[in-house]
Design a protein around this ligand. Structure first.
Ligand code: ATP
Ligand code: MG
Length: 229
């Protein structure tokens, strides 16, 4: 069980939510909303990736992905858009982003990196992944009825060891700045940006999977159309 010396609570934790957001969809928005509510986060910072290091180049320019995140989050006072990664002229690693957030918010602030269970399972392939815990907690959002005992089997041993040492109750997260792992169930929405891109690419309509205003933006800028041969 992960523990930390309880520091006086200075404020509510901040949620850090990175992604390609190519495009942002209701799966992302529900994750952020439900974790903001259940963990009583001060706010969730949506941080679109610039050029992601551990996957292929996003289909869409960072400026468009950023604009869609802004549109989708505009009417939620607990959502903040953070453009620091798209503004970088080079590859952005999560560990560097967390380091810069830690410098900005100070040593005492509890920071929670929010990850879907699929993203967490690949964590040990991330650049300097063990250093992430110096700067933030990790909160794993998993589908209800898909508890730790199930997904522990799916993860590399090195990650399982990290879980054994760091796993904590979500209510401990505000009491220390970084270093714990917690898991929370969220409503399962089987939506992926890949599916939305494929739908648009095939000339079909992904409405009701993404906000209408994001769909309008996609139409205006003619994004995700079939690529010319
Ligand atoms: P792609 O299909 O291009 O991989 P994606 O829909 O998986 O896109 P990402 O930008 O890769 O979206 O994911 C960003 C974060 O959102 C990750 O932590 C991922 O686990 C989480 N996430 C993505 N889709 C969902 C969903 N439907 N429900 C909960 N979390 C999700
Ligand atoms: Mg993904």
């Amino acid at each position: 069980m992960g523990t930390c010396v309880a520091e006086p609570r200075t404020s509510q934790p901040i949620g850090i939510f990175g992604g390609t957001f190519d495009p942002i969809h209701f799966g992302h928005l529900r994750l952020a909303e439900e974790l903001a509510e259940s963990l009583e986060l001060d706010h969730v910072r949506f941080i679109p990736t610039g050029m992601p290091p551990h996957r292929s180049r996003p289909r869409t320019d960072a400026e468009h992905r950023l604009a869609m995140v802004r549109i989708a989050t505009a009417n939620n006072p607990h959502f903040v858009v953070d453009a620091r990664e798209v503004q970088l002229p080079h590859l952005s690693y999560t560990v560097d982003t967390l380091h810069s957030l830690r410098s900005e918010f100070g040593e005492q602030q509890s920071l929670c990196l929010l990850l879907g269970a699929d993203a967490f399972l690949s964590l040990s392939s991330w650049h300097r992944w063990q250093e992430l815990f110096l700067y933030a907690h990790i909160v794993i959002a998993h589908r209800p009825g898909f508890p730790q005992s199930t997904w522990k089997d799916a993860m590399p041993e090195i990650l399982r060891d990290e879980i054994e040492t760091r796993m904590a109750n979500p209510q401990d997260l505000p009491n220390c700045p970084a270093g714990l792992i917690a898991a929370r169930p969220i409503t399962a929405l089987d939506i992926s940006a890949t599916y939305i891109r494929e739908t648009l690419n095939a000339g079909r309509n992904p409405r009701y999977l993404i906000p209408d205003a994001v769909l309008d933006y996609i139409s205006n800028f003619q994004l995700y159309l079939p690529e010319l041969p």
